[in-house]
Write a protein that binds this ligand. Structure first.
Ligand code: PRP
Ligand code: MN
Ligand code: MG
Length: 182
């Protein structure tokens, strides 16, 4: 396969910047949950895999993780905000402190639905941590306790974010060169 770097137009966030920010966020998360007590990290497949893996390794103590996979109803568009669960949590979250871990909040529709769905299961709390957020793309406001970086409303890939399922393995967050789309 060709070198992934040749497909990039511009790196928005470097590997070092991502890791430094996740270390900061991990410290805040740990303090918030009183040294990790009773928190369950919930990742949203597939984009959140890198954030989950690195964030949790910046935490000093043992924490459990669980995963949800969701898909938007309708004709391939995710603008409806109506979501179908492809894989539900393994765990019962009643009385648990849930921290949803995401790669990006774009329109906000995915997380808005997931958050409401998890809140209906009587958890002790639900908070959100996202590495990236696009303020200019927001269609719904989401109460997000931890945000890694606010970015402009451009299509970005890497660090879990895909274009047609590719580029998730890029270590940085970048825009793609025009030739990739043609
Ligand atoms: C992407 C991204 C977020 C969501 C954000 O996931 O990982 O989960 O879209 O978009 P929104 O704020 O407009 O709802 P996607 O549905 O592409 O699935 P993936 O994680 O498997 O790539
Ligand atoms: Mn996703
Ligand atoms: Mg995707």
């Amino acid at each position: 396969a060709a070198d992934i770097q040749d497909d990039l137009a511009r790196v928005l966030i470097t590997e070092e910047e991502i890791q430094a920010r996740l270390a900061e966020l991990a410290e805040q998360v740990w303090a918030h949950y009183d040294d990790g007590q009773d928190v369950l990290l919930v990742g949203v497949l597939k984009g959140a895999v890198m954030v989950m893996a690195d964030l949790m390794r910046h935490l000093p103590g043992s924490v459990p993780m669980d995963w949800m996979a969701v898909s938007s109803y309708g004709s391939g568009t995710k603008s409806s905000g109506v979501v179908r669960i492809l894989k539900d949590l393994d765990a019962d979250i009643t009385g648990k402190h849930v921290l949803i871990v995401e790669d990006i909040i774009d329109s906000g529709l995915t997380l808005s639905w997931i958050r409401a769905n998890l809140l209906s299961r009587s958890p002790a709390s639900v908070e959100i941590l996202t590495l990236l957020r696009k303020p200019d793309a927001a269609k719904v406001e989401i109460d997000t306790r931890w945000v890694g970086f606010d970015i402009p409303n451009e299509f970005v890939v890497g660090y879990g974010l895909d274009f047609d399922e590719g580029y998730r393995n890029l270590r940085e967050v970048a825009t793609l060169a025009p030739h990739v789309y043609s």
